[in-house]
Design a protein around this ligand. Structure first.
Ligand code: HEM
Length: 445
C-alpha cells in the first residue's frame, strides 16, 4: 500500500512539478541566454546615461526561436497580422520594436512607421542582408555594398525604368498578356494563379535572357520554385531539406546561365535583354562584370521580379473579380485610352509607357493591390553596430526585420484596411519605399 502511494506521489510530482518546471525552463532559456549575454556585454549605461536594454519580446524556444509561432500564424491559422498583434497585446506598442529569434538568428522586428523609417533611413547603421545570401548570389545587387551596389542598382533601374526600356517592356509584355487573356476567355474557367505564373515567367524569360517557352524554361521555373522555398526555409543543408534542394537547384541554374553566357561570348552575340546589358556593363576603370557577377545578378533579378509581379497580378485579378464596380471603372479608363489612339490594329491600340502617367485610376488600382497583397511583408537588414533607439539597444550583428505588412493592415493608417478600395489613394498617405516595385504590374495588369 505504502509503495503504491509512493509511486502515485512520484508520478504526481512529475506531472505537476518537474514537467511544468522543465517546460518553463525550456520556454525561458533562450530569452535568458540572450538577455544574460546582452547584460554582460552592454550592462552599463549608454551615451545618454540610460541603462541599456533589449527591446521587449521573447526569443522563443531553444534552436527554433519563434519560427514555429510565425509559421503557425502565417501558414496554419492564416492570421498573419496576429503574429505582431500578439506582441503588441503582450508588450504594448512601446518603441515599435520587439526582440525575437527567427530562422536561426536573433532578430529585432521593427513595426511602427517611426521605427521602420528609422531603420530604412539609417543605411550606415543597418546593412541589407537577405536570408541565405549564397542562394541569391554573393555578388548580386542585393548582397554587395558601396560603389558596386550603386553601380549595379543604377544599371538595373535604367534597364527597367528608362523610357526606352519601358517602351521595350510594353512591346514585349502586352501581346503575350492579350494572347493569354484570350485563351483564358476561351477556356471559361482557369486557375488564375497557375496561368498568371506561366505568362509572367514567359515574359521574364524573354526580357531577361531572350528565351521563349520550352522544356528548358519549364525546368528553370521549377528550379526557381525550389530556390524561393529555400530562401524561406530554415537554413539546414542536408538531404531532404528545402534548403538542400534550393542549393542543388541554384547550381543547376548557375550551369544553364553560364552556358548561355559563354555561348554568347563565343560568337560575340549582342542581345537586347537584361543579360546582354549586364554583360556590357563597365566600371570606372572600364572593367566588365565577371561571369559570376552576371549570373548572380540574373538569378537575383528573377527572384526579385518574378514572384513579386506574379503575386501582384494574381491579387489584382482576385480583387477585380470580386469588385465589379471597380473593374468597370478600370476597363472604362483603359478602353478610353486605347480608343484615343485612333489606330485599327491591335498593336496601334496598345498602351505605351507615355500613356501610363495619364491612367490615374489604373494607378490607384495598382497601389491598392500592392498594399493589400503585401508581397514583401518584411525587408531584411542587419545591425552593423550597436544602435540605440528610444531607450533600447539593437545589438550589432542581429537581424532587423522591417515589418511593412503591419503598417498596410493597421486601421490607424488605412480606414477599413482589409477592404479593397482604390479611391483611398486619392490622397497618398504613406510614402513609397521602393520605386521599382510596380512598373511591371502596370503593364501586366
Ligand atoms: C510588385 C512587384 C514588386 C514589389 C512589391 C517589390 C518590392 C521590393 C522591395 C520591398 C524591395 C526592398 C528590399 C529591401 O530594401 O531590402 C525591393 C528591392 C528590389 N527589387 Fe523589387 N519589387 C517588385 C518588383 C521588382 C521587379 C520586377 C524587379 C526587377 C526586375 C525588382 C528588382 C528589385 C531589386 C534589384 C531590388 C534590390 C534593390 C537594392 O538592393 O538596392 N523588383 N523590391
Amino acid at each position: 500500500m505504502e509503495g503504491a502511494v509512493g509511486a502515485w506521489a512520484w508520478w504526481l510530482g512529475l506531472l505537476f512539478g518537474a514537467i511544468p518546471l522543465l517546460c518553463l525552463t525550456v520556454w525561458h532559456s533562450t530569452d535568458a541566454w540572450y538577455c544574460a549575454a546582452f547584460a554582460l556585454k552592454h550592462g552599463g549605461r549608454g551615451s545618454n546615461g540610460i541603462r541599456r536594454r533589449l527591446p521587449p519580446g521573447h526569443m522563443g524556444v531553444p534552436f527554433l526561436g519563434e519560427t514555429l509561432s510565425l509559421l503557425w500564424y502565417f501558414k496554419l491559422a492564416r492570421r498573419p497580422d496576429d503574429f505582431i498583434g500578439a506582441k503588441k497585446a503582450a508588450y504594448g506598442n512601446g518603441a515599435g520594436m520587439y526582440r525575437t529569434h527567427l530562422f536561426g538568428s536573433p532578430s529585432i522586428i521593427a513595426c511602427s512607421p517611426a521605427a521602420n523609417k528609422f531603420v530604412l533611413q539609417s543605411a550606415e547603421s543597418f546593412g541589407i542582408r537577405w536570408p541565405v545570401p549564397e542562394l541569391v548570389g554573393i555578388t548580386s545587387v542585393v548582397n554587395v555594398e558601396g560603389s558596386s551596389h550603386a553601380r549595379l542598382r543604377g544599371f538595373i533601374l535604367a534597364a527597367i525604368n528608362r523610357p526606352s526600356s519601358l517602351q521595350t517592356i510594353a512591346t514585349v509584355v502586352q501581346p503575350r498578356v492579350v494572347a493569354a487573356l484570350r485563351t483564358w476567355a476561351d477556356k471559361g474557367t482557369i486557375v488564375a494563379a497557375t496561368e498568371i505564373k506561366k505568362v509572367t515567367f514567359a515574359n521574364i524569360c524573354k526580357m531577361f535572357i531572350s528565351m521563349e517557352p520550352s522544356p528548358l524554361t519549364a525546368k528553370i521555373d521549377l528550379w526557381f520554385g525550389d530556390l524561393l522555398h529555400g530562401l524561406r526555409a530554415y537554413p539546414f543543408d542536408f538531404p531532404g531539406t528545402a534548403s538542400h534542394r534550393a542549393r542543388k537547384s541554384r547550381r543547376k541554374l548557375d550551369t544553364i546561365f553560364r552556358e548561355e553566357l559563354e555561348a554568347r561570348k563565343k560568337v560575340n552575340k549582342q542581345c537586347d535583354d537584361l543579360m546582354g546589358g549586364l554583360m556590357q556593363m563597365k566600371d570606372e576603370q572600364g572593367k566588365k562584370l565577371s561571369n559570376e557577377e552576371v549570373v548572380d545578378n540574373i538569378v537575383s533579378l528573377v527572384i526579385a521580379g518574378y514572384e513579386s509581379t506574379t503575386i501582384a497580378t494574381m491579387w489584382a485579378v482576385y480583387h477585380l473579380a470580386k469588385s465589379p464596380v471597380i473593374l468597370a471603372k478600370l476597363r472604362e479608363e483603359n478602353i478610353a485610352m486605347s480608343k484615343s489612339k485612333g489606330g485599327s490594329t491591335s498593336t496601334s491600340l496598345m498602351i505605351t509607357h507615355t500613356d501610363i502617367p495619364k491612367m490615374k485610376y489604373t494607378a490607384k488600382v495598382v497601389e491598392e493591390t500592392i498594399r493589400m497583397a503585401n508581397i514583401a511583408p518584411m525587408v531584411h537588414r542587419v545591425a552593423n553596430r550597436d544602435v540605440d533607439y528610444r531607450g533600447y539597444t539593437i545589438p550589432k550583428g542581429w537581424a532587423v526585420l522591417v515589418w511593412l505588412r503591419s503598417l498596410h493592415t493597421d486601421p490607424n493608417y488605412y480606414e477599413d484596411p482589409l477592404s479593397f478600395n482604390p479611391n483611398r489613394w486619392d490622397v497618398s498617405r504613406l510614402s513609397k519605399i521602393v520605386a521599382c516595385f510596380n512598373f511591371l504590374s502596370y503593364l501586366v495588369i
